[in-house]
Ligand binder design. Structure first.
Ligand code: SAH
Length: 221
């Protein structure tokens, strides 16, 4: 992937990314496809210039509108879990935010449908996808609590903001065998993997405790 220079950061970012990837491996991320894509994805381009120098710290950072770009460990973990059962063709992401998680996903699955409720965040993310030549991302400005019914069903759904309960719409938009990775809860949030069984019903696994911004209904222009 082409490097872009933001205040000289592009020059050194691959080396700092290598350190970040090493750290993710030490924390138990083992899917080499995910680690390779993260090694190649310039996270500093998903931040405002004033914060770009902190892009390769393993931490969430503000992106405006009281929202945050997810911590790299969490991006790696959610992506790894989503992909663990085999390749995915069609994935829905709820909460585009900076677009970093979207960009990582786009290089690992066939097509990403990403919804965001805050228009200015979505516009910035779209510019970044263009700049990085990621053409398999379709964005929509909408309330992701409802999923994206016109495009269902999805092999995978990844939610990057936490509802108090799993929205039924998201469950219904999963293809049989499809996987939903979602943080759930208010103060104490759990990251869950919900699989739609081939027959009837769903299987739920709790992965770990996490902290995400809340999933909020409605949209902001
Ligand atoms: N993966 C993003 C995370 C951004 S934070 C990143 O790493 O940059 C979560 C995002 O979810 C925010 O941008 C927030 O506006 C968005 N969000 C919250 N509730 C939403 C909803 N109901 N529908 C769509 N997006 C939502």
């Amino acid at each position: 992937m082409t490097e872009f220079d933001v205040q000289g950061i592009g020059m050194t970012s691959r080396r700092t990314r290598e350190r970040l990837i090493q750290r993710l491996r030490e924390q138990g991320i083992s899917d080499m496809r995910v680690l390779d894509v993260m090694l190649d994805t310039p996270r500093h381009l998903f931040l405002d210039e004033a914060l770009a120098h902190r892009a390769y710290e393993d931490t969430a950072l503000p992106i405006g509108f009281n929202q945050t770009i997810s911590q790299p460990y969490i991006v790696a973990r959610m992506t790894e879990v989503l992909l663990a059962a085999g390749p995915l063709d069609k994935v829905l992401e709820v909460g585009t935010g900076s677009g970093y998680q979207t960009a990582v996903l786009a290089r690992l699955v066939g097509q990403v449908y990403s919804v965001e409720r805050i228009r200015p965040l979505q516009e910035k993310a779209k510019d970044r996808f263009k700049r990085l030549k990621l053409y398999n991302i379709i964005c929509r400005h909408s309330d992701g609590t409802m999923g994206w019914p016109e495009k269902m069903q999805f092999d995978g759904i990844l939610v990057t903001a936490a509802p108090e309960q799993v929205p039924d719409e998201l469950l219904q938009q999963l293809a049989p065998g499809g996987r939903l990775v979602i943080p759930v809860g208010r103060d104490q949030q759990q990251l869950k993997l919900i699989t739609r069984l081939d027959g009837d019903g769903f299987d739920t696994q709790v992965l770990e405790f996490v902290r995400f911004v809340p999933l909020v209904s409605g949209t902001i222009r």
